[in-house]
Design a protein around this ligand. Sequence first.
Ligand code: AP5
Length: 214
Amino acid sequence: MSKRKGMTMRNIIFLGPPGSGKGTHAEKISQAMGIPRLSTGDMLRENIKKGTQLGTTAQRLMDAGQLVPDEVIIGMIRERLEQPDCAGGVIFDGFPRTLAQAEALKEIASIDAVVNMTIADERIAERMSGRRVCPACGNTSHTDWMEDAGCPSCGTEMVQRKDDAPETVLERLRVYHAQTKPLIDYYAAQNLLRTVDTDGPVQQTEAKVREALR
Ligand code: AP5
């Protein structure tokens, strides 16, 4: 079991609506614990970039704010978990997102904690409109604290994600409430849920996440 900086969890899920801060905080915890972050969104975008068959299927659904089929996602995660760097634990970012995915995960990995990131729907559109991502290194930031359009890590011009268009964000939120929110009760019933309100400055949320994982 990984034991770094006071955090003793091994396999951790970051659950929450689009824009709640899963990616931002999953990455911080991944670095603090020295275990990989498995973001299904990033894996899908990587497939789109490489022009794979999986990427072609996923792109249409992602651009429409819909979920990619469970079997595609489960297959992708199953394959990734077989890689040696996952042996000491992983951070799941944006997976599972349906009850079927959660049930499949139960068969392949034991879960130690689920961080449930919460924020009001009204605040999400605001966050998404300012989010910028680096097309080269995948870094995420926000116009509120960017000095210019350059990525703070590699200097490449940061861009807006296509699915951050306001109408697509609304559809992603609808999908979250219909298909992903039931996972809150699912994991609460297993006594794994640790809820963190993310409506505040990043450093404040980071401290809350660390506390939740202590
Ligand atoms: P994915 O890329 O996973 O998108 P998402 O879940 O909708 O989440 P986001 O990446 O939009 O937001 P986030 O919660 O990571 O927030 P962030 O940290 O960036 O998935 C995209 C698509 O892929 C899905 O719609 C679906 O089609 C498909 N897909 C992926 N996984 C799937 C699965 N398992 N099953 C089926 N389909 C799947 O923060 C947001 C912004 O807020 C940033 O700009 C950040 O800087 C800012 N911010 C402001 N204040 C804070 C604060 N206090 N904490 C954190 N961030 C803050």
